[in-house]
Design a protein around this ligand. Structure first.
Ligand code: CA
Length: 533
């Protein structure tokens, strides 16, 4: 990769076999610009957009990342702007005859000696924050819970200084849905597993309406979570099913709105007392569970931010931590790279199963993977999903892929406590984030090129900018500037290490992310492939 001053005309090539490169300079470059290589621009080319390095005859493969991202729809002269209207997108790679577990890697040298301060849970997981979560079974109760959460924050939270926050787990599911239809288990298990995220300390508390389809016992059946306070159970001689701590708004005992609010506050206080007794302890970096995703991608995503995240992912795996990457439509075109990196044929088969399931899901809606790219992606220079996917997969680094989760599943239910995992999710930022929270992440890393103020209330989100221009303008929203890689100011390795060290600071609570500082919280959005009624 070339990398000098951003003032001199500069293009970036990802692989020596590529016949297109992207223009790196802020604001793009005018026609007539001559590069040090001798190439002269025929057209004005915007920043992040592709320029033909050689004459491309009609029908010729256009290569970036050493992958054919499309075919030239007409003759394209060297120095021309290669935009999406000049490219015919190739068909998706067949899921037959893929290379299976072919990449044999030498064992990695373990990365030892790194620690953070976290909250150890009874199940062995570690939280990065100490949050009271109030689970809801149905959207009907959302307004009441929002009111109660406001009062808890104002009146109770100041008495419990070791508790970071109170979060109502609001969502649109719970009733008016075909709850026994195939696929309905996905939103239900997602909500269950979010409730059990390590940042909530297993203090399970539910607010239910009463008449909804998703009854509390169906959401959290006996045995699905540990009872923290056995004393109450013994006192009332409760059965397994009665152990769940539920405030039911339709309960006959409630007379008036304030009765409901008082009941929620009283229940919350019991949990706050126990949460307040928790203390951070020094734990190895192997207890990090990091979800990575991208949103608002541009052509620099795969050049700067995602390679730096990939380098950091390798560091995490070497440290014995768990890293999860997702976004099925953004890895579908690189499925052969992923199956070849699987540790076993079973892991590869699980990945193929998830891709096939998603292909069928999209087909039911008369869509395909090309529905992924946005107008902003294209404006940022990404011509199609093939090009976007190659830049997206880089986030996973180079480690072997040792596990696969279906949407809404939890790592610990699959016995996964380390390594690189593919967690199948849609690429939609809010749905992917929601499913990764369910999987059990205690940190979230989000790369963006176009810029998004994304944040979660449940887990800290570290945002990485792909371009220095974005990092400069959004200086109080972006946590890391990977654009320095394109400017020549830092290497991929340097930014990867910076991110790794920042993760330990953020996980320890010593540093807040910008999204935490401003309390920028996107809604939880459950993935529901089943019908509504
Ligand atoms: Ca995304």
């Amino acid at each position: 990769m070339a990398g000098e001053s951003s003032v001199a005309p500069l293009y970036i090539t990802m692989h020596e076999a590529d016949n297109v490169a992207i223009v790196a300079n802020d604001g793009g470059l005018p026609a007539g610009t001559r590069f040090p290589s001798g190439l002269t621009l025929v057209d004005k080319v915007p920043q992040g957009h592709k320029v033909a390095l050689v004459d491309l005859p009609a029908g010729a493969p256009v290569r970036r990342y050493n992958v054919t991202i499309g075919r030239a729809m007409r003759d394209i002269a060297a120095g021309s702007w290669v935009h999406e209207r000049l490219l015919e997108m190739p068909d998706a790679r067949s899921l037959e005859a893929l290379p299976i577990a072919t990449v044999k890697q030498a064992p990695r040298a373990p990365l030892a000696g790194y620690t953070f301060e976290g909250y150890r849970n009874a199940d062995g997981s570690v939280g990065s924050r100490n949050i009271l979560a109030i689970t809801t079974t149905v959207q009907c109760v959302a307004g009441v819970v929002e009111h109660a959460v406001r009062r808890i924050k104002d009146e109770l939270l100041p008495k419990y200084p070791n508790v970071d926050d109170v979060v109502g787990l609001e969502h649109t599911y719970g009733c008016g849905v075909a709850i026994d239809a195939p696929g309905a288990e996905i939103p239900i298990r997602t909500l269950r597993n979010i409730t059990l995220n390590p940042n909530f300390g297993n203090e399970v508390m539910v607010v239910s309406l009463g008449c909804e389809k998703l009854q509390p016992e169906r959401l959290l059946p006996p045995g699905s979570f540990a009872i923290v306070d056995e004393r109450n159970v013994a006192d009332i001689g409760a059965t397994e099913a009665a152990k769940l701590d539920v405030v039911c708004l339709q309960d006959d005992a409630h007379v008036g709105f304030m009765s409901m609010i008082d009941s929620i506050l009283a229940t919350a206080e019991e949990h706050l007392e126990r949460l307040n007794g928790r203390r951070r302890e020094t734990v190895p970096a192997s207890e990090l569970v990091v979800g990575v995703q991208c949103g608002g991608s541009d052509a620099f995503s795969g050049v700067t931010a995602n390679p730096a995240v990939g380098f950091c992912a390798d560091l995490l795996v070497s440290a014995g931590a768990t890293v999860m990457f997702s976004e099925t439509t953004e890895v579908r075109d690189g499925i052969d790279q992923l199956t070849s990196r699987a540790t076993t044929p079973e892991v590869a088969a699980a990945m193929i199963h998830e891709m096939a399931w998603y292909d069928a899901y999209l087909q039911r809606g008369s869509a395909d993977r090309s529905a992924n790219t946005t107008p902003g992606n294209k404006k940022g220079g990404l011509s199609n999903i093939v090009e976007k996917a190659m830049g997206s997969i880089v986030k996973s680094g180079s480690a072997p892929i040792s596990g696969v989760l279906s949407p809404g599943e939890k790592l610990r239910d699959r016995g996964i406590t380390s390594g690189l995992v593919y967690a199948a999710t849609p690429a939609s930022d809010f749905i992917c984030g929601t499913l990764q929270v369910a999987a059990g992440i205690n940190l979230h890393v989000f790369t963006t090129g176009r810029g998004t103020p994304y944040g979660l209330a449940e887990v800290p989100v570290i945002k990485v900018a792909t371009r220095s221009d974005l990092a400069r303008r959004w200086h109080d929203l972006m946590d890391v500037n990977a654009g320095r890689i394109a400017d020549g100011g830092a290497t991929i390795e340097e930014v990867g290490w910076e991110l790794f060290r920042l993760m330990l600071e953020v996980a320890s609570g010593r540093k807040k992310t910008w999204a935490e500082h401003w309390k920028l919280h996107n809604a939880l959005v459950l993935f529901n492939p089943a019908p509504v009624t």
